[in-house]
Design a protein around this ligand. Structure first.
Ligand code: SAM
Ligand code: SF4
Length: 481
């Protein structure tokens, strides 16, 4: 979401003459787009501001002026505090006000000694209505924000306070933005939202439908319906979405995984804990078995579905047996990859006030045990891909000469030796080798518009291995024959 927001900030600033740069030294403006989700992430902001202060002074000594801005959720949560602790900061604005950047920048430039400009409103107008059309698409995989904010109020989480109430963009706006992204070169779009499957945007008007040539039904749409609509866009080959809440996996969304080939067989579905006691204390509003049942239904719909999740260890009051329940859930489900964190008390959240906070050493031990289990599952999942041929979207050049990297349908990073002409294409790759976090493969000759790719090996050399043997939901693509 922050990557998406940053590109949109570039779009807003472009008419003022600002261009993105890879080199912060000497820049006219530096925006730190920040995350407040865990303490570590927000601490980084202040240490980075110390480093940037020096850069700003150097620019000033050379007779220039650098605007130093802090954006994002740390800005939203700690706006005044940032200006007090870091007077080198000129401008602080939250995630819902960056469409006002031209005005904020003008105010900042006008009054250098005003002590910092602050805008952390939750404005009535939607920023999406005020943003210009997006100008930058980097590479073939793009992000598109469709939903923001959250009304779930999990007791550990700051999102409802920093991003505000749930809001869904109208389907026609999303469709138009997706069309522009595809016209600019995107082959894959990941739909974004803090709670993306809570999406409930207004359906396109019949006028818009007539113009776009797409089929529509009136009313409010859920994510499943939106995905079907976006899948109608020619040239768009892959759709993903993140991040989802288990309670919002409705029938249509589950069905779409089974019958819409453009929706990739990979789902990030955070569960946080496998203990019902902890899930209740977290206010997750589902049990561990509810989650297991959802996964079962998803796999009935899409047998090859690979899953990922988020886990928090050391939530206040978590006992050994609760943690054991989490390990059991992981073993039952089988993940292709996952993200796991030590619980981090966040200011103003209900869990921060719970008395039985867990000792840091215990948290670290649990995290290590959990990560060992998850890594073993990821390794097994990757190993199970070897010998299979799967479509890979070539996204960027690798570190080695003639190396490209892309993504498998299951979000695995895949490295191949291939011609740069394949960038932005979906090509068939036979997987030769698995690493802990990536795969290596060879482009199957002729899989790219009939053009033989450099480094490609003949498909007749591919092993004729049968079905994958990894975790449930492991790669079930056909072995090349
Ligand atoms: N909406 C998603 C859901 O309901 O699961 C989660 C989105 S949240 C922005 C991303 C992840 O950060 C969460 O799934 C959770 O694992 C982690 N997280 C959030 N607050 C945390 C905290 N206080 N301490 C540790 N991890 C946290
Ligand atoms: Fe945070 Fe996700 Fe819970 Fe919303 S549903 S409060 S974003 S963890």
């Amino acid at each position: 979401m922050n990557v998406y927001d940053s590109t949109r900030m570039s779009d807003v600033l472009a008419p003022l003459g600002y261009l993105p740069t890879d080199q912060p030294d000497g820049a006219d403006m530096i925006i730190l787009n920040t995350c407040h989700i865990r303490e570590k992430a927000s601490e980084k902001v202040f240490s980075e501001l110390g480093r940037l202060k020096q850069m700003k002074q150097e620019k000033s000594a050379d007779g220039g002026r650098m605007i130093l801005a802090v954006a994002g959720c740390v800005a939203q949560a700690e706006g005044d505090e940032i200006l007090r602790r870091a007077p080198q900061v000129d401008l602080v604005f939250g995630p819902q006000t960056y469409h006002r950047l031209p005005e904020l920048v003008t105010r900042t430039l006008r009054d250098e000694n005003a002590g910092g400009v602050l805008d952390i409103d939750f404005p009535l107008e939607s920023k999406f209505d005020a943003l210009p059309e997006e100008s930058v698409v980097e590479g073939s995989a793009a992000f598109l924000s469709i939903q923001e904010g959250c009304d779930k109020f999990c007791t550990f989480c700051v999102v409802p306070y920093t991003r505000g109430a749930e809001f869904s963009r109208p389907a026609s706006d999303i469709f138009a933005e997706a069309q522009r992204l595809v016209a600019a070169g995107a082959r894959e779009i990941t739909l974004l939202g803090q709670n993306v499957n809570a999406y409930h945007g207004s359906a396109p008007s019949s006028v818009f439908a007539a113009q776009s040539g797409a089929s529509v039904t009136p009313g409010t749409w859920g994510l499943g319906r939106l995905l079907r609509y976006l899948a109608e866009i020619d040239g768009l080959e892959r759709l993903r979405y993140t991040t989802s809440h288990p309670r919002d996996m409705d029938d249509e969304l589950i069905a779409v995984h089974g019958d819409e080939p453009k929706v990739m067989p990979y789902l990030h579905l955070p569960v946080q804990s496998g203990s019902d006691r902890i899930l209740e204390a977290m206010n997750r509003r589902h049990t561990a078995d509810d989650y297991r049942r959802i996964v079962e239904r998803l796999r009935e719909s899409c047998p090859q579905l690979a899953l990922s999740s988020d886990f928090i260890v050391g939530f206040p009051g978590e006992r050994d047996e609760d943690f054991a329940d989490t390990l059991r859930l992981i073993t039952d489900v089988g993940y292709a990859q996952a993200y796991s964190f030590k619980y981090s008390p966040r200011p103003g959240t209900p869990a921060e006030a719970i008395e039985q906070q867990i000792d840091e050493t215990v948290k670290s031990e649990r995290l290590e045990t959990l990560q060992n289990l998850l890594s073993a599952q990821q390794v097994a999942f990757n190993q199970a891909s070897v010998g299979h041929t799967m479509p890979v979207l070539m996204e960027k050049t690798g570190r080695r000469e003639h190396q490209l990297s892309g993504r498998s349908p299951f979000m695995q990073s895949v490295f191949v030796e291939a011609n740069r002409r394949l960038l932005g294409e979906v090509v068939e790759v036979r997987i030769d080798k698995a690493h802990a976090r990536s795969l290596e493969g060879s482009v199957v000759t002729g899989s790219y518009n009939g053009i033989a790719a450099a480094g490609a090996t003949s498909s007749s050399q591919a092993p004729s291995s049968s079905q994958a043997t990894g975790p449930v939901g492991g790669p079930a693509m056909e072995a090349a024959s």
